[in-house]
Write a protein that binds this ligand. Structure first.
Ligand code: APR
Length: 294
């Protein structure tokens, strides 16, 4: 199994480290616009593999030829939102990066499955689909797995019981309109509190350390890779495109060919209305990007 990661920053390097420690692949390629960063982390990770007595090979650089014929390509390349920058400005900048990466992935690894991490996530899933020309079942966005972990973390802290196997999950868009589905018995005040903690889970980390989270996002990607590599009947919350070419997280089943099945959304009326509104916003955002001009 050959897995490439575009963007050798915090999330990209954490994914590589987990892939190695879980012995999930034989080859890793790290690609970054900052070639030396990718090379340096590839050397560090190669030495990590040797220290762990593993034979996986890690290479790094800025040349997409490094991912020729790879099986899975993960896009984490992007810039973080700066103070005062609007989401649509960020979307334009990161869309340029994701378009460029997706076109090169299509050229060098035409049979790969793409996992998208770059934000704004659901929009970038669409951008990767449009610019790679891949079948929509081969484009998977990682957000729901992260948001679900944040929901379970808030529930665990509040209820004081182990939540790792809970069926509670987050679906919908990876923004303030995400939909929390809790399997716990909470009153409406308790639920709103947990939901707010979940939505603000990423912002809290940024406030504390001035950079965004990377360990839990990397773990979300690992869940998706595991399902793609080994096949997995367990539903995962992933941002995938539906027949209307709208992307948001929903429970899906994956196998080695990508998205195998979208599970039915059984939403309460109020959640359906939130989702419908965010779908309208998604379409406006996509149109504003004017992807035909890329
Ligand atoms: N091509 C390749 N790599 C790029 C490009 C590009 N055009 N533009 C930026 N990069 C690289 C940067 O050089 C950097 O090493 O992407 C990497 C991003 O790493 P970090 O800044 O550490 O960001 P990280 O915390 O890893 O988050 C990655 O995930 O949460 C999302 O959208 C968010 O941009 C963020 C992404």
């Amino acid at each position: 199994m050959k897995i490439a990661i575009i963007g050798a920053g915090n999330v990209g390097a954490s994914i590589a480290s987990l892939l190695l420690s879980k012995q999930m692949c034989d080859n890793i390629a790290l690609i970054d616009i900052n070639s030396n960063l990718a090379k340096a982390k590839a050397i560090d990770l190669s030495q990590m593999a040797i220290a762990l007595s593993q034979s996986a090979k890690v290479v790094g650089g800025d040349d997409y030829k490094l991912l020729e014929n790879f099986d899975i390509v993960i896009i984490t390349a992007g810039v973080a939102r700066k103070d005062g920058q609007s989401r649509s400005e960020l979307a334009k900048i990161n869309a340029n990066i994701v378009v460029d990466a997706s076109k090169k992935i299509a050229k060098f690894a035409p049979n790969s499955t793409i996992i998208v991490v770059t934000n704004p996530l659901d929009i970038m899933v669409y951008v990767a689909y449009k610019s790679s020309g891949f079948n929509k079942s081969k484009i998977i966005g990682m957000a729901g797995e992260l948001d679900s972990a944040r929901l379970k973390f808030s529930l665990q802290n509040y209820l004081g019981k182990d939540m790792k196997d809970s069926k509670s999950c987050v679906i919908g868009m990876h923004n303030d309109s995400m939909i929390c589905l809790s399997s716990e018995n909470l009153n409406s005040n308790e639920f709103e509190n947990i939901k707010s903690q979940t939505i603000n889970g990423g912002a809290l980390i940024v406030k504390l350390m001035n950079t965004s989270a990377f360990y839990a996002p990397a773990a979300g990607v690992i869940n998706i890779c595991q399902a793609l590599i080994y096949g997995n009947s367990k539903p995962l919350s992933c941002s995938v495109l539906d027949d209307n070419l709208v992307a948001f997280s929903r429970l899906v089943k994956l196998d080695k060919n990508g998205v195998k099945e979208l599970l039915e959304l059984n939403l309460e009326q109020k959640d359906r209305e939130i989702l419908d509104k965010s779908i309208d916003e998604f379409i406006i955002n996509i149109n504003n990007l004017n992807l035909n001009g890329f």
